[in-house]
Design a protein around this ligand. Structure first.
Ligand code: G3I
Length: 389
């Protein structure tokens, strides 16, 4: 083999073998992950994709760690479903993002409809959080401690916690979580906060409120439930996330999916690819954005069609685990390649090979900005020299 042929081959290697999580790590992130739930446990194709290809290095339970699943009746704790997801993460060697401790949805009636005083609700809140976080102590990379506390106009939502305790419930929740598992990263998680505006500013206010009170908060999650063509630009998302990291917290994209009006068209799938690539690139370009999680990777298990009838196809793979253009949009964001540099390799079904580029990626950040990328290139070079010799 001629040395120039070997070198050309070697530069293709990171793209050929990189899958989403592997590529994310090489680019400098901690993980690429997905939401999942036990409804998929009997689905062999789904499970193989979840664990087999280095696409998903992190999982989040969609429902089974929420209040109604964990404590459906006062002091009746049921960890079976949550444990199944925690066990799956351990078996697959995946990081676990634990979701969530306090949310106005999927909250049992005994809590939302209770006749509480500040003291009695504080005790219930502390008991729930202490018991659940202690149960999963050491297993959660992060906890979404408080989920969706804000209205779109930046005011606090009028749920039972706010109505009885005011914004102090957020302090109580983070304090209890920190005491129960000091090593877990504690997050505030919300949607509609992915771009500058009143809701994002209010979420920054929550971070400041906790920091000012010397209460531990480590991160802010941006859910990223977008619509095709409606995804904020890379610059918008980076500017927004940097407003949070400037406050001393890490950030993550925690629930990314990008829905479209059905039936899908090639044009919408192409736009969806751009939108996924945009969001992945924004995380990559933001110092202290640690990872991207999709809110399931397979359209079969998407929450979207039942919640927004007439829309769907929101995930990066079809209902039979075929990679959609969006999959390659994410991969291209992590490998620093241009959106239109995709060619299909016939010998590997569903596999797209992209020619790496050393020029600025769509994020505005050079592919060489992240040290892992340099390491990947060096390893490829060594491999090429090995072939030649
Ligand atoms: O468990 C019951 C089952 O017993 C019953 O037979 C069935 C009948 O509808 O409902 C089942 O509960 C459903 C639950 O998912 C578990 O499948 C609820 O109806 C359904 O509303 C619930 O949807 C979840 C939704 O949160 C609730 O708002 C979705 O699966 C879950 O993906 C979604 O996740 C949220 C995040 O936690 C927070 N951010 C937004 C995101 C999307 O809504």
């Amino acid at each position: 083999m001629q040395i120039n042929q070997a070198l050309k081959l070697s530069f293709l290697l990171p793209s050929v073998y990189a899958q989403l999580h592997g590529a994310a790590k090489t680019a400098g992130l901690l993980y690429f992950g997905t939401e999942t739930e036990s409804v998929s446990f009997g689905d062999a194709a789904y499970q193989a994709a979840l664990k087999g290809n280095d696409d998903f290095g992190q999982i989040t339970p969609g429902n089974s760690m929420k209040w109604d699943a964990i404590q459906p009746a006062p002091n009746t704790f049921t960890f079976t479903a949550g444990d199944a997801i925690a066990d799956l993460a351990a078996t697959n060697n995946q990081l676990l993002r634990c979701h969530n401790l306090v949310w106005h949805e999927q909250l049992p009636d005994w809590v939302s409809g209770g006749n509480w005083t500040a003291a009695s609700l504080t005790q219930v809140l502390q008991n729930h959080i202490t018991t659940e976080v202690t149960h999963y102590k050491g297993k959660c990379y992060a906890w979404d401690v408080v989920n969706e506390a804000l209205n779109d106009n930046g005011t606090f939502g009028n749920d039972v916690f706010f109505n009885v305790l005011g914004s102090d419930y957020i302090k109580i929740a983070f304090q209890a979580a920190a005491a129960a598992d000091p090593a877990a990263k504690l997050y505030y998680n919300d949607f509609g906060t992915e771009f500058p505006g009143v809701k994002s500013t209010a979420a920054q206010g929550i971070v400041k409120m906790l920091k000012d009170a010397n209460i531990k908060i480590d991160g802010v999650g941006f859910q990223g439930h977008f619509t095709v063509g409606g995804t904020p630009s890379v610059a918008t998302q980076v500017t927004n996330m940097e407003a949070f990291t400037a406050l001393g917290v890490e950030v993550a994209i925690t629930e990314l999916d990008i829905r479209m009006t059905l039936p899908q068209t090639d044009a919408m799938l192409a736009q969806q690819k751009t939108d996924y690539q945009t969001t992945a690139a924004a995380c990559l370009a933001t110092k202290n954005c640690v990872g991207v999680t999709v809110w399931d990777f397979d359209d079969k298990y998407s929450w979207v069609p039942s919640t927004f009838p007439g829309t769907g196809s929101a995930d990066i793979m079809t209902a039979n685990v075929t990679k959609k253009p969006a999959y390659f949009g994410v991969l291209q964001a992590f490998t620093g390649t241009a959106a239109n540099s995709t060619t299909t390799m016939p010998s590997m079904p569903n596999m797209t090979v992209t020619a790496p580029s050393l020029r600025a990626s769509s994020s505005g950040a050079s592919a060489l900005d992240k040290p892992g990328m340099i390491l990947g290139m060096l390893l490829s070079l060594i491999f090429a020299m090995f072939i030649v010799s």
